[in-house]
Design a protein around this ligand. Structure first.
Ligand code: ADP
Ligand code: MG
Length: 493
């Protein structure tokens, strides 16, 4: 299938010598402004290397960008409502948790803390809705009145845990602005939308801290044993410390929390002798990696405490792929949002999402996917990249799981086919100049929401990020070395 294309922001290819010159400068700019991460192969706490980045911003249609930004508070509210609907979560997850240990462990914690009684009614959601332009026109060649290289955009997923790029999003705009100026195109910077993701996300943590209302309290960032994505995490701390020098932040692994933390008689989570106002999860798990029982115990301890969690356990459950799929079932959105215009706008962003449960619709989905496997992606209930199944493997996996309960742990999703853009990806250790390649992008919109089951206190869109990968790559995780940092260049198509 020939994929449609969007024109790059300046004519490509760029002249060889000019390209080398600017790439060298841009790499130094990157190192000096926190466009970096730790080297996985030669880890050192004293050194950092550049994070992969796209040299010039990638085009993104202005109307679609604005639509995504406007929709974010509606998606925030939807997630908030879903996460507080016990019956919906129970019903939606019941089959998956029979066969998916990770979801089952989350679910068990959720059940336990609900039985014990809620200690902290407030939740802090820091969400990121990831979207891609869809170039496959559903209107058919001759009927489409738009004649654009894309037809619409579709949601890839909504992240409720460890949604990164609060710093790397905005700084991508800065580095690409610098590059545009080096090429003599500073006038184009006006087409790159302002991005205040870092301060917006941090304002969520600060607001939650103030709502907790204990002056001696601290904020805890839950981190992995070894942090590679150091810029993404640390800049949050620097930003909060700048804005609110009175707020102390501690970084702890779940294992450390298990060893060191306790609940006092007021159900406060005591870390380093002080009550915790906000727990912010930044730790992810690699594919195949599974939290230890001590880590799960720490998670339970945190959830039992009155700290405001980001995300709380029900928010994390609401962010599962299974819930995303269940929301696409006819009637589901209406249950949460009524049947007004907002509901149809949200429905429009869903691409085909199918349950693989052992029932009639599940069987139909299996049949449909076997007939045209490459049109689909298979997704298990995990986060953080590297777990999905694509292409010809979809067929193999379905044939293998068809009669096994394992299949209910997955959802089936239509594959989105975004338009191509030509561009240069600068990578650590990569060639200078990099080759010109065909790329595709995924836009993430950040939202912050704070509230209780019945009352929303704060709900806003706070910024964006763009990740871009080689057109033929399945996934585009930047920390995994597959994707590259990028930012949108708004175009009127
Ligand atoms: P994870 O929780 O692992 O991040 P995602 O659903 O975001 O799971 O999938 C990971 C990546 O796979 C996405 O960032 C995107 O690049 C690609 N991907 C996922 N779903 C689709 C889809 N339906 N169409 C095209 N690409 C997809
Ligand atoms: Mg993702």
């Amino acid at each position: 299938m020939s994929q449609s294309r969007l024109a790059s922001c300046i004519p490509m290819p760029i002249e060889h010598r000019a390209l080398i010159n600017v790439v060298e400068k841009a790499k130094d700019w990157a190192l000096m402004h926190g466009v970096g991460m730790r080297d996985k192969k030669q880890f050192s706490k004293d050194a950092m290397q550049i994070a992969p980045f796209v040299l010039l911003p990638s085009p993104f249609p202005r109307t679609e960008f604005n639509k995504a930004v406007e929709l974010q508070p509606i998606l925030n509210e939807l997630m908030h409502k879903v996460s507080h609907d016990d019956e919906f979560l129970q019903h939606t997850l019941q089959n998956a948790l029979q066969v998916d240990e990770f979801t089952a462990s989350l679910y068990n914690i959720w059940t336990k803390v609900r039985e014990e009684g809620v200690t902290q009614p407030l939740s802090l959601g820091m969400l990121r809705s990831d979207i891609m332009l869809e170039s496959r026109c559903q209107h058919g060649e001759s009927q489409c009145d738009k004649h654009t290289p894309y037809c619409s955009w579709k949601q890839v997923e909504i992240n409720s845990i460890a949604s990164g790029f609060g710093h790397l999003g905005p700084v991508s705009r800065e580095i690409q602005s610098y590059v545009l100026r080096q090429f003599g195109h500073g006038e184009l910077i006006k087409n790159m939308p302002e991005n205040r993701a870092l301060s917006g996300l941090c304002s969520g943590i600060i607001e939650a801290y103030d709502l907790f209302g204990v002056p001696t309290a601290i904020v805890v960032f839950v981190v992995e044993e070894v942090s590679y994505n150091i810029c993404d995490q640390r800049f949050h701390e620097f930003e909060i410390s700048d804005k609110r020098p009175d707020i102390q932040i501690y970084r702890k692994t779940l294992t450390e929390i298990h060893q060191e933390a306790d609940l006092n008689d007021k159900k406060q989570l005591i870390v380093e002798g002080r009550p915790t106002a906000v727990v912010y999860y930044r730790a992810g798990y690699e594919p195949g990696q599974y939290p230890s029982s001590r880590e799960w115990d720490a998670r339970l301890l945190i959830e039992r405490s009155n700290a405001i969690k980001c995300p709380s356990i029900h928010y994390q459950l609401a962010g599962t792929k299974k819930v995303q799929q269940a929301l696409a079932v006819p009637g589901a959105l209406e249950k949460f949002m009524g049947s007004g215009a907002a509901t149809s706008r949200v429905r429009d962003i869903f691409t085909g999402l199918y349950s693989l449960d052992f029932d009639e619709s599940g069987e139909k989905a299996v049949e449909m996917a076997l007939a045209d496997a490459e049109r689909f992606v298979l997704k298990p209930q995990r986060e953080g990249g590297g777990n999905n199944i694509y292409g010809t493997e979809v067929r193999d996996a379905l044939l293998r799981m068809r009669h096994s309960r394992e299949r209910a742990a997955y959802i089936l999703m239509e594959r989105i086919l975004p338009p191509l853009v030509a561009g240069y990806v600068v990578r650590p250790g990569g060639p200078v100049p990099p080759p010109i390649t065909d790329l595709v992008s995924e836009l993430g919109i950040f939202g912050v929401i704070i509230g209780t089951k019945d009352k929303i206190i704060s709900n806003k869109q706070v910024g964006h990020m763009l990740r871009t990968k080689l057109a033929d790559a399945n996934e585009g995780g930047v920390a995994a070395g597959l994707g590259a940092l990028d930012s949108p260049y708004l175009v009127d198509v």
